[in-house]
Write a protein that binds this ligand. Structure first.
Ligand SMILES: Nc1ncnc2c1ncn2[C@@H]1O[C@H](COP(=O)(O)OP(=O)(O)OP(=O)(O)O)[C@@H](O)[C@H]1O
Length: 241
């Protein structure tokens, strides 16, 4: 398998501040889902921005294909565009929208359970529906690599689980490689082929999740995989006396 993303010996410092990313290494195979977990402030978002090319490393190098899609925590839809036109925005920024593009947008919306809402405006949608539109927009150009920064963090637990399922289905269908930043260990274990634990600006440990799909959150192997990640994050260690 070839790698869709390679981060090699990367350092990054925001000018005037202590280093944020130090000696980071990560390889993500094409078609795999890699989840980044770690304590608040450990550098997950900065690593994702480096992977996206939104920040340039001070040292080391990053390889990825030209076509990456992004989904950030807030859905960032344009209020004055209908749902379908929000989905088509990445296309219309590049070229004239064709009837094939329209068909594809409608198909993505249907796969995400929003087929009937294509003509609504973002303010007429729930938070979960807005997140789905945001996901459809990120996938409309069929990017080889999708980078997501806690895209479901603001959603209730049930909607979040539904979206995790939908994201996996869509990406598996298209063979999309995914890097997904989350605070939620169960989300990382549900989605990830691998979970990378980030600590002090580098990938401290990588855990392969070899559970069959669809994954059962209530199963013992699922709980064991979560425990493995918690242990790698040193979450269950006793506080010093
Ligand atoms: N623009 C900036 N200028 C200076 N320091 C920054 C800037 N952005 C982030 N940092 C610092 O870099 C460190 C890593 O931030 P980052 O957002 O990558 O962490 P994170 O792991 O994604 O955190 P969280 O889980 O809380 O979102 C933090 O200490 C943060 O204060």
């Amino acid at each position: 398998m070839s790698d869709a993303l390679v981060i090699q010996d990367v350092d990054y410092t925001f000018p005037g501040w202590p280093p944020v990313v130090q000696g980071a290494n990560l390889r993500v195979e094409a078609g795999q889902i890699c989840c980044l977990v770690g304590r608040s402030g450990c550098g997950k978002t900065t690593l994702l921005k480096l992977a996206a090319g939104l920040l340039q490393p001070d040292r080391g190098h990053i390889e990825r294909g030209a076509d990456a899609g992004f989904v950030f925590q807030a859905p960032t839809l344009l209020e004055w565009l209908r749902v379908v036109d929000n989905v088509l925005l990445p296309v219309s920024l590049k070229r004239r929208v064709t009837s094939l593009d329209l068909q594809r947008a409608q198909q993505l919306l249907e796969q995400l359970g929003l087929g009937a809402l294509a003509q609504r405006y973002p303010r007429q949608l729930s938070g979960g529906q807005q997140s789905r539109v945001s996901l459809a927009r990120a996938l409309i150009l069929r990017p080889a690599l999708l980078l997501l920064d806690e895209p479901f963090a603001a959603l209730d637990a049930i909607t979040r689980e539904e979206l995790q399922h939908d994201l996996h289905e869509l990406c598996a269908q298209q063979g999309t490689t995914v890097v997904f930043v989350t605070h939620d260990i169960a989300e990382a274990v549900y989605l990830g082929d691998r979970v990378a634990v980030v600590d002090a600006g580098r990938v401290a440990q990588e855990i392969a999740v070899r559970l069959p799909r669809p994954r059962l959150r209530s199963s013992l192997p699922f709980a064991e995989a979560c425990t493995q990640v918690r242990t790698a994050m040193h979450l269950d260690e006793e506080a010093p006396a």
